[in-house]
Design a protein around this ligand. Structure first.
Ligand code: HEC
Ligand code: HEC
Ligand code: HEC
Ligand code: HEC
Length: 502
């Protein structure tokens, strides 16, 4: 009996010791885990190369976004676009998106940002940098939002120099997912949604993308700077107060009498949709079933015993085994064929909508030429505004045909119906001015369409080339001198845009 007791006693002691050891092991494990999230020095966190020292796998997969280097000139592929955007920057130059690695350089190269001569000139505001670089949150935190959003784009030529990277999505001390663009939280709040901090981990895996892949507009307002001077700020603002649908945002803009530009041919008060990718994707089956952007675009990858997120954000159809197959049982080829079918359906309705819209602009222009009054054209111009907004909202984020096919087709149908309404009214106006037989001039090539839109392409290119040889070179040198940029981080970034080849 005594022996038994002794045995039980020692067993208890042994168990206790094991527990303690376990506990110590756990603590040790935790410590190691914590030590695995090294602090990236704040002063260098804008530079992606700095992070490579601590997170080589994430860094090297991030850097592979440079493999997506193809430049597709969309104005060449879809010439109608130059007519639809006449009078607006996009009629000059618009390429399909490519790898995150090129975001800063593409922003510098595009004809839309023009050819400034110094830090105070150029057609665009500083806001144009906002979704290109982790230097943007750095500047917002350094200078304050008002100062960041004031002045011309060229003001920050030597500051915004590192392309979309680690510090856009991660905390430098914990490597946790984070969000550093304050307008997103304001918009989430205005829409009655959880702010970033209060969202679930799975939601954050999409919200980091929503910092940039969302609809926005440039909201002009006045503020008083620290010296008491009145200045204008042009701030990126997401129009989510009424909700995230095309109709909600249309109401938001109309309530504020907002127009992005007056159309050069039809004088319609236009809206430009800027890739509402997050918004339209939220209506699709994947988002509704809780699938996040990162699930498909940054799938988990196994390398030996290490599992990590593939940071080569790109086309998930190139990595279906990791991006789709964890959830789907069909064969890859069958799934691909389904996706292709969705793409073709979108193209079909989109082509009709673009054709109708381009003709509506040109017919309105003809009616004006013949003497039609603003009063006669008022409703027609409003129809054009609404139709083009819905078309643009539905396709501006490229992947929408897959992310949210039903919503994309619904909006394209609505765009077509409204553009047709405008053209029916135009038949009456043109008849009144004896031009019932008018048919719109040919816009089936980029050259023809840009002529109709009044784009002086050659002059724009010459000016841009001059800018690249002078001011841009100076920016680069200054950025290196200021320590904003590692020279190595710009190697072969300057892939010229299509128009430089011509
Ligand atoms: C566009 C946003 C984005 C950018 C840019 C980005 N990451 Fe990530 N990163 C993510 C997401 C999303 C995850 C998945 C996190 C999760 O679910 O916990 C992730 C995960 C990670 C993790 C956790 C381990 C893993 O692989 O899942 C590390 C470490 C990391 N990233 C480092 C980096 C580094 C280094 C860079 C820059 C070279 C970088 N990230 C750039 C979004 C981003
Ligand atoms: C800081 C802003 C920013 C963030 C954050 C961001 N993107 Fe992007 N994304 C861009 C820009 C700008 C481009 C276009 C780059 C170019 O064409 O130069 C782009 C391009 C893309 C492309 C096209 C890539 C290709 O090779 O064609 C995909 C896909 C994409 N982003 C998905 C995502 C996903 C998914 C997330 C979140 C995990 C995300 N992005 C986060 C700004 C951002
Ligand atoms: C279920 C998988 C899946 C999810 C979830 C997903 N995507 Fe995609 N995404 C795709 C596929 C597939 C394509 C189409 C690729 C192609 O062009 O063929 C695509 C295309 C894109 C494109 C266009 C790329 C280009 O070069 O034209 C962008 C940008 C993009 N997605 C961003 C996002 C963002 C942001 C989210 C989250 C709000 C998201 N995606 C969620 C699978 C997904
Ligand atoms: C995290 C899981 C998950 C991932 C990853 C995922 N899917 Fe899905 N997918 C779903 C769910 C859930 C549905 C909804 C239907 C269902 O419940 O079976 C769905 C539906 C679909 C549908 C039919 C929906 C429609 O709109 O007609 C297609 C097509 C599809 N997925 C393709 C893809 C492709 C291609 C990829 C990779 C790029 C992918 N999925 C990645 C979970 C996923």
């Amino acid at each position: 009996m005594k022996i038994k007791l002794l045995l039980v006693g020692s067993l208890i002691a042994i168990a206790g010791m094991a527990l303690l050891a376990n506990n110590i092991n756990e603590k040790e494990g935790e410590r190691k885990a914590l030590a695995k999230a090294p602090v990236v020095p704040e002063a260098d966190m804008n530079k992606n190369e700095e992070w490579s020292k601590y997170y080589p796998r994430q860094y090297s997969s991030w850097k592979k976004t440079k493999e997506s280097d193809n430049i597709e000139d969309m104005l060449d592929t879809k010439p109608q676009l130059s007519v639809l955007w006449a009078g607006y920057g996009f009629a000059k130059d618009y390429n399909a998106p490519r790898g995150h690695y090129y975001a800063v350089q593409d922003n510098v190269n595009t004809l839309r940002t023009g050819a400034p001569k110094d830090s105070k000139t150029g057609p665009m505001p500083t806001a144009c940098w906002t979704c290109k670089s982790p230097d943007v949150p750095r500047l917002i935190e350094r200078d304050g939002e008002n100062e960041y959003y004031s002045g011309k784009w060229s003001k920050y030529g030597s500051e915004v120099v590192n392309s979309i990277g680690c510090a856009d999505c991660h905390d430098n001390e914990t490597a946790e997912l984070t969000m550093r663009r304050p307008y997103l939280d304001r918009a989430l709040e205005a829409a009655g949604l959880n702010t970033f901090k209060d969202s679930t981990h799975q939601e954050k895996r999409s919200l980091v993308c929503a910092q940039c892949h969302s609809e926005y507009y440039f909201n002009k307002s006045e503020y008083t700077d620290k010296d008491g001077k009145t200045k204008t700020s042009v701030a990126v603002t997401l129009p989510w107060d009424e909700g995230l649908s095309a109709e909600n945002m249309e109401k938001y803009y109309s309530d504020r009498n907002f127009t992005d530009w007056t159309h050069k041919i039809s004088k319609a008060p236009m809206l430009k949709a800027q890739h509402p990718g997050f918004e339209i994707a939220s209506t699709g089956i994947h988002a509704q079933k809780g699938v996040s952007c990162a699930d498909c675009h940054m799938p988990y990858t196994q390398e030996g015993s290490v599992k990590y997120s593939d940071h080569q954000v790109g086309n998930p159809l190139d990595s279906m085994d990791k991006s789709c197959m964890p959830c789907h049982r069909e064969s890859e080829s069958k799934l691909k064929a389904i996706v292709k079918q969705k793409f073709d359906r979108k193209e079909f309705l989109m082509e009709i909508a673009m054709d109708n819209l381009a003709k509506a602009h040109l017919e309105t222009g003809k009616a004006m030429e013949l003497g039609a009054t603003d009063d006669e054209l008022k409703e027609i111009r409003l129809d054009i505004r609404h139709a083009q907004w819905r078309w643009d909202y539905s396709i501006a984020s490229h992947g929408s045909f897959f992310h949210a096919p039903e919503e994309t087709l619904r909006l394209l149908a609505s765009a077509n119906e409204t553009a047709q309404q405008a053209r029916l009214k135009l038949v009456r106006v043109l008849a009144k001015y004896n031009a019932i037989d008018f048919s719109a001039p040919d816009f089936s090539t980029k050259e023809n369409a840009q002529k109709l839109a009044g784009v002086p392409l050659k002059d724009l290119i010459d000016a841009k080339m001059n800018f690249k040889a002078t001011l841009e070179k100076a920016w680069h040198a200054e950025a290196v001198k200021k320590g904003n940029l590692n020279i190595s981080s710009r190697e072969d970034v300057d892939k010229t845009s299509s128009y430089f080849k011509k």
